[in-house]
Ligand binder design. Structure first.
Ligand code: KG4
Ligand code: ZN
Length: 339
């Protein structure tokens, strides 16, 4: 009987340093070191992120191997994120992966970060009911907003994406205006629970295709608040929950509009969400309610596979490995990379 390969996976595209060991589609370990250093700046500072990756990478990889109880000699390949992401951050994981593959004389496998967010759904045990192809995936995070038709592990078509800010960024920027800590998405989520989502109206984006736009909504948010505060200085303080609920609703409506359009146009009855914003409780509830109403299966991954993590790089690396993909040592990190 063939033993499924052990793959070490490394993710360092933004502000999380992560390493995982997978055997086939099974996660043996998934270690994530987040970087608190950015909190006081209200956003990710690229130079600080790459320095923190350099400090974290060795202990994180070591920890992942220990938790999986695997010796480096047992590994069959090393998968790593080569893009898209912050250049300095990507370079740390890329150089580390290359050195380790050279030292162990095992294949190197480059992984596209956005493919990995989607393929995280195929990790063994990620869902009670296995997700089968084809499905529509909405990937929503601080750096990405994409709607993808997924027909197989290597067959994906981007239907639409944001033409300006990512939806997570729209959450975080509004939270900053409200004086909430970074990242603001979870704070808006929490505060919105007590608020009236119809209290305020914001200009809704209106693109004809599957693309998204959030910069206009953010500007509408700022102008609406400025007008309210000019009449009543205590407005934000007194109506914080209503403001959060209304703004969150506007963001979710914009996402749902395109998800519904994709399902209607393609006839695909399975929808998955990925990325940090998929932790948003109202987005999850809205999707689930709609799914129940329309008989559409909704797949929400476990939280640890939703935000940036190396297990998702491992599963994508495994599919690349099965497809015979091997990455030459001359391959570098790429901040921008074709989907
Ligand atoms: O995937 P992720 O951890 O990192 C990348 O950006 O790649 O996503 C982080 C984003 C942040 O913008 C954060 O505010 C948002 O996900 N986020 C949320 C929630 N939890 C995290 N946004 C809304 N509601 C949440 N509960
Ligand atoms: Zn990501």
């Amino acid at each position: 009987m063939d033993i499924l390969p052990y793959i070490l996976a490394i993710e360092s595209s933004c502000d999380d340093t992560s390493a995982a060991v997978l055997q086939g589609k099974r996660v043996c370990s998934n270690i994530v070191a987040s970087q608190d250093v950015h909190v006081k700046y209200g956003g990710v500072v690229p130079e600080l992120a790459s320095r923190a990756h350099q400090q974290n990478i060795v202990p994180v990889v070591d920890h992942a191997l220990k938790v999986a109880n695997i010796k480096p000699e047992q590994l069959s390949a090393i998968a790593f994120t080569n893009g898209p992401g912050l250049m300095g951050s990507l370079m740390v994981g890329t150089s580390f992966a290359k050195s380790m593959s050279l030292a162990l004389d095992i294949p190197l496998i480059a992984v596209h970060h956005m493919h990995a967010h989607i393929l995280a759904h195929l990790i063994e045990g990620a869902h009670e009911e296995a997700l089968v192809f084809p499905f529509i995936c909405l990937t929503v995070s601080g750096g990405h907003t994409q709607l993808v038709k997924v027909s197989g592990p290597k067959e994906m078509e981007v239907l639409g994406e944001t033409i300006d800010d990512a939806v997570g960024e729209a959450f975080d920027k509004a939270a900053k205006i409200l004086g909430l800590p970074y990242p603001g998405g979870p704070h808006i989520d929490r505060l919105a629970k007590e608020g009236d989502s119809n209290a305020l109206a914001f200009a809704r984006p209106n693109l004809p295709n599957y693309d998204f736009s959030f910069s206009g909504l953010k500007t509408s948010f700022l102008y609406t608040l400025q007008a309210k505060v000019s009449q009543d200085e205590t407005y934000v303080q007194n109506r914080l929950a209503d403001i959060c609920a209304s703004y969150q609703k506007a963001l979710i409506d914009a996402l749902m509009l395109k998800v519904k359009k994709a399902v209607k146009d393609t006839g695909i009855q399975r929808v998955a969400i990925a990325g940090g914003v998929s932790a948003n409780s109202e987005l999850r509830n809205t999707l689930k309610r709609w799914g129940q109403e329309k008989g559409i299966s909704i797949f929400v991954p476990p939280f640890e596979y939703t935000t940036d993590n190396a297990a998702m790089i491992g599963i994508a690396g495994y599919f690349n490995y099965l497809a015979g993909e091997r990455t030459p040592l001359s391959t570098g990190a790429k901040a921008k990379i074709k989907f």
